[in-house]
Design a protein around this ligand. Structure first.
Ligand code: SF4
Length: 374
């Protein structure tokens, strides 16, 4: 079974670290929702068995949508796919959007999981990042969402913030634990091209922590969340029992998904496609019933590399039962040797079923995956 990802390409303002696709011109939301619905209809044959288990509204800022707009998209999905087994409908939300009325509307529309973009509880850091919310809204949005039935919620935090020591990070993690959040995603700040942080860094005005300091913050996160009953099921994702994200887990396990909306990506097991990153052109194309996307058919090497990159980051690791078929299709004579060398360095461990990262390996996961690429 598969999932549907809906990209909502609007934000109130641009965060200083972000390179996602969105527009701050909110005037075309209705047209965008119509275009997204049209894309869903045109691509209703995309998923082989037509059955879906998860729906994910990402962005951008999906919490800018009204109840009617969410309902319209969900109804279109139900008309085009078998949604009998849908267990999880997630919507990404920014804290400043989450009033009582908005939460009630999301719940009524069928959303049963919220992903709240907290990033930090610290007023200065929120301003430095140019987030739209303040520190009070960060805390209150979580409390309010829990009161209004969203016990299944996840919240994001960013570590590796300029000029912020370990003591800052300890306080952030503790606040999240104290709020009883069941799922936490934590990412190291990365400096993307053409962002405000990128310009500041180029001028020498961004004093980022070094690798050792970032590693210290990451290790603190992993150990503290483990002590508090969270399982690290993917490098950046931690969940209490029963709260693992079904949508993201399916993606990491290589299941198919249809992505609709500008810049959304799709995967059907044999090819990947990606939609145009331009709101006006996206709307214009769909008004003519044309889907503005490009497609790449995956080679056996692409499939192997994708498998390694996504699976290695998870607690499930590289499954021994999957490897003969994947390796049989490519010439990768050094695979066993590379695996052995990482096991002897303490970065990988072998279990009965799989090769999985050790705590040391988790901090260099992408480099380790690149070593295994063909
Ligand atoms: S709200 Fe999210 S998508 Fe929008 S600019 Fe900020 S980080 Fe990027």
């Amino acid at each position: 079974m598969a999932g549907v990802y809906v990209h909502i390409p609007f934000c109130k303002q641009k965060c200083h670290y972000c390179d996602f696709h969105f527009s701050t011109n909110l005037s075309r939301q209705d047209e965008m929702v119509d275009a997204i619905c049209q894309e869903i209809i045109l691509r209703k044959e995309y998923l082989a068995d037509n059955k879906i288990e998860t729906i994910y509204f990402g962005g951008g800022t999906p919490s800018l949508l009204s109840q009617n707009q969410i309902t319209k998209i969900l109804n279109t999905i139900s008309e085009c796919f078998d949604t009998l087994n849908v267990e999880e409908i997630t919507l990404e939300a920014n804290p400043d959007d989450l009033s009582k009325d908005v939460l009630k509307a999301f719940y009524a529309a069928g959303v049963n999981r919220l992903s709240i973009g907290i990033q930090s509880f610290d007023e200065d850091v929120l301003q430095q990042m140019n987030r739209a919310h303040n520190s009070t809204e960060a805390t209150e949005s979580i409390r309010l969402a829990q009161q209004f039935g969203f016990s299944n919620l996840t919240a994001d935090l960013i570590y590796g913030i300029p000029e912020k020591p370990l003591s800052y990070w300890k306080d952030q993690v503790q606040q999240m634990i104290d709020l009883g959040v069941k799922h936490i995603s934590a990412y190291c700040l990365t400096i993307e091209q053409n962002t405000v942080f990128n310009h500041l860094e180029n001028k020498g005005e961004l004093n980022l922590p070094n690798d050792e300091e970032s590693l210290e913050q990451f290790n603190y996160l992993v150990n503290t969340l483990a002590e508090n009953g969270y399982e690290q099921y993917e490098i950046s994702n931690f969940a209490k029992q029963g709260y693992i994200s079904k949508h993201n887990s399916a993606y990491w396990q290589g299941k198919s998904y249809l992505g609709v909306g500008p810049s959304a990506h799709s995967y059907d097991g044999n090819s990947r496609s990606w939609n145009i990153r331009n709101n006006s052109q996206y709307i214009k194309s769909l008004q003519k019933s044309e889907i503005p996307l490009e497609t790449e058919v995956l080679t056996f090497k692409d499939k192997f590399n994708d498998y390694v990159l996504t699976r290695l980051r998870t607690k499930w690791g590289l499954l021994k039962e999957d490897l003969p078929e994947l390796l049989g299709a490519i010439n990768h004579s050094e695979f066993s040797q590379i695996i052995e060398s990482h096991i002897s360095r303490g970065c990988l461990k072998e279990t009965d079923q799989a090769y999985v990262l050790t705590p040391e390996g988790k901090f260099i996961a992408d480099k380790l995956a690149a070593d295994l690429f063909v």
